[in-house]
Design a protein around this ligand. Structure first.
Ligand code: HEC
Ligand code: HEC
Length: 631
């Protein structure tokens, strides 16, 4: 009863603690599981909800009581019966709390894309009980659905003013801020939630996640560690820990945490995607591939299950839907090996697929999850990464060494072996020389194929004849490297040369993008060849994509970085170029700054001078190594 009372206020975590007592005092009483199900329903945790119902059924809760909860769940999921007025009356007569019933109908109509109907229920409910926190909360959901974040925010705030312990409203508000990238207010909401409901694993995971996004990796770790000490780890917390390790580059730990996060096969699509990214980043493409496939399959199953449940709710006599549903549910429980993350023997089985060492096999194994099949840059890990993986078909190489700024086979080999520090392009140190050569040739082949395709498409769209000879010539011209640049000897660091370099740095306009002191921010937003934002390097603390050796910096300054705003300086005298190199090396500091993909995206999209909401960019760009909380 205490749990039910807390739940009515929306204090889900408190309700759950009462339920723990209740389960301890009377382990066989299924009513505990029934209320637990209601808690999960309120937090929209579909799979835990289903498990709690199943447990209640096993413990022999009367069918009529179970049926009411199931109906409420189906209504909420959008499986509304046709005559809702009769249905509402029946549920109320059966003794279900009026707010729960009304809320289920509002959400149910929204889930069926019928906002006018939702509005009708909402207005009637509000006329009846104008001061309820639940009404304001439901109205927030309604505005959220209509993509009116300002109104949604106001209503969630209203719900919380009426009932500060209303956890669904707190969660919705925090998530709303998070979706808008308003990380500070989001953090405040998660933190407030955690203060009021210290046991809530979703609040803990939320606090840690925002801290991570803000770059306070150590603080995030500390929050999570406090839970880890307290005993068994909730999946949400384990997953967040894995994510933090992933973003801070500790791939082994990340893998272990993902491994530890025990989860239900149906609810883990996002988790699997993150785990798959961890494996992709650690170069384990075969496992990553498998996980991505599993995530897709789980998503399909989830959608089909939902559809069938809706059909059954509308027409309970639909025998075919019932059969299909049963088969699906059995499939997801009866094949644990299929759905387990780490089936014991698959590594060897999967790897045999890649035994052959042809260029395309090597590419499929090591590169395609980021660079995509055929090199189109749309691999399955791509959307998690910033900068995005290069489109190897039509994108330009950044790290070049010839007078026409086309990469040589040697340039490609170097970038595969060394990676591009400060991006997700990893170094492939473990590959043999001949494997690297094959991959570099594959990159060149994909590029020729892509350039050809692009040129032919251009001719077609202009209605021009396709002249094979002309096509070949254009492709040759745009993909054949010119003469290698002779890099002069650049001596050890030298204060006088660096001083002259500083003058050149101002004179040549480097300050426009790299700022007076090499640290930015740029005067205007910069974009790369594909239209993505492109942040000028922070020359003091960022790693350099081509490495910090003097020769590499010389090439970058002389030839520019094709496809990015960073220009070449072909007309600048060699002596001045050497001074510039000396200046860049003079101001660079150790240790290099490590940013997550998310932080890089933030920095690139919000230059401090031109963005109205520049707080985040400023505080991030100030994460110099001496003040940074990051490792
Ligand atoms: C984890 C994701 C990931 C994997 C795996 C990966 N790359 Fe990349 N790669 C990137 C990203 C991201 C960039 C773009 C970096 C940038 O622009 O700063 C990139 C850039 C490149 C470039 C452009 C180099 C230049 O000079 O601009 C080449 C070539 C390349 N990758 C080849 C490969 C090959 C070959 C493999 C497999 C052996 C591979 N990559 C594997 C993410 C990846
Ligand atoms: C129009 C803006 C712009 C100007 C002007 C500019 N840069 Fe850059 N610079 C960039 C951008 C953007 C990048 C990062 C490109 C990328 O990694 O995709 C960059 C990258 C760099 C790098 C990093 C190379 C690496 O290996 O990662 C160096 C060094 C550099 N710039 C030096 C200079 C110097 C010296 C000048 C003046 C001669 C200059 N830049 C002028 C925009 C600019």
């Amino acid at each position: 009863m205490a749990a039910a009372r807390e739940l009515e206020r929306g204090a889900v975590t408190a309700a759950q603690s009462w339920l723990c007592w209740s389960a301890w005092l009377a382990p066989g009483d299924g009513r505990t599981d029934l209320i637990r199900a209601a808690c999960f329903r309120r937090m929209q945790d579909v799979d835990s909800y289903a498990r709690a119902l199943e447990s209640a059924r096993k413990k022999g809760v009367p069918a009529s009581q179970l049926e009411q909860e199931v109906q409420l769940g189906r209504i909420l999921a959008g499986g509304l019966p046709v005559d809702d007025s009769g249905q509402i009356a029946r549920l109320l007569e059966a003794g279900l709390p009026p707010n729960e019933v009304a809320l289920a109908f509002v959400c149910g109509f929204l889930n069926r894309d019928e906002p006018e109907e939702a509005r009708r229920v909402l207005d009637a409910w509000a006329a009846d009980r104008p001061d309820e926190a639940d009404v304001a909360y439901a109205r927030g959901i309604y505005w959220d659905y209509l993509s009116e974040p300002a109104q949604a925010e106001a209503d969630y705030e209203r719900a919380l003013a009426r009932q500060p312990r209303h956890e669904p409203a707190r969660m919705s508000l925090a998530e709303l801020f998070e979706r808008q990238d308003r990380l500070e207010p989001s953090y405040q909401q998660y933190a407030e939630w955690l203060t009021r409901a210290p046991g809530s694993d979703r609040a803990i995971a939320g606090v840690a996640r925002i801290l991570r996004k803000l770059g306070h990796i150590e603080a995030a770790r500390a929050v999570l560690r406090s839970v880890a000490l307290a005993g068994e780890l909730p999946a949400a917390v384990a997953v967040e820990t894995a994510q933090i390790e992933l973003e801070s580059g500790a791939l082994e730990q990340s893998r272990r945490w993902f491994q530890d996060a025990c989860w239900n096969p149906d609810e883990d699509r996002r988790i699997r995607n993150s785990a798959a990214t961890a494996f992709a980043l650690s170069g384990d493409m075969s496992l990553a591939d498998k996980l991505f496939a599993q995530a897709d399959a789980a998503y399909q199953r989830l959608r089909m299950t939902g559809d069938l449940q809706v059909r059954l709710a509308i027409r309970p006599g639909d025998g075919k839907a019932a059969d299909d549903l049963n088969r699906l549910l059995q499939a997801s429980t009866a094949a644990p090996d299929e759905t387990r993350l780490f089936p014991p023997d698959t590594d060897t089985v999967e790897l045999s697929k890649y035994d052959s060492s042809s260029a395309s096999d090597l590419y499929a194994r090591h590169c395609s999850d980021c660079h995509g099949v055929g090199g189109n840059g749309e691999g399955r890990a791509a959307r998690h990464l910033f900068p995005r993986p290069r489109n190897l078909r039509t994108g330009k190489s950044r790290l070049v060494s010839t007078d026409n700024a086309v990469a040589t086979l040697g340039d490609q080999e170097a970038v595969i072996r060394l990676g591009m520090p400060g991006s997700s392009m990893p170094p492939f140190e473990e590959l043999t020389e001949s494997q690297v050569r094959l991959l570099a040739e594959e990159v060149v082949r994909l590029n020729r194929e892509g350039m050809r395709e692009q040129f032919v498409a251009e001719l077609r769209s202009e209605g021009d004849e396709i002249d094979e000879d002309e096509v070949r010539e254009v492709v040759e011209l745009s993909t054949t490297p010119g003469q290698p640049i002779q890099v002069p000897r650049i001596g050890p660091l030298d204060a006088e040369a660096a001083d002259r370099g500083k003058d050149a740095y101002f004179e040549l306009g480097c300050i426009k993008c790299h700022g007076n002191d090499g640290r930015g921010p740029p005067e205007t937003l910069q974009f790369d060849e594909t239209g993505f934002p492109s942040a000028p390097r922070d020359l003091v603390v960022d790693p350099l994509k081509g490495g910090r050796q003097a020769e590499a910096i010389y090439l970058r300054i002389l030839l520019g970085m094709p496809g990015t705003p960073h220009p070449g300086c072909l007309n600048v005298p060699q002596a001045q170029l050497i001074d510039l190199v000396q200046y860049c090396r003079w101001i660079s500091r150790e240790p290099e700054r490590e940013l997550t993909n998310h932080q890089r995206l933030l920095l690139a999209s919000l230059p401090a001078t031109s963005h109205p909401d520049a707080g985040a960019a400023v505080s991030l760009s100030e994460t110099a190594p001496d003040v940074s909380p990051m490792p």
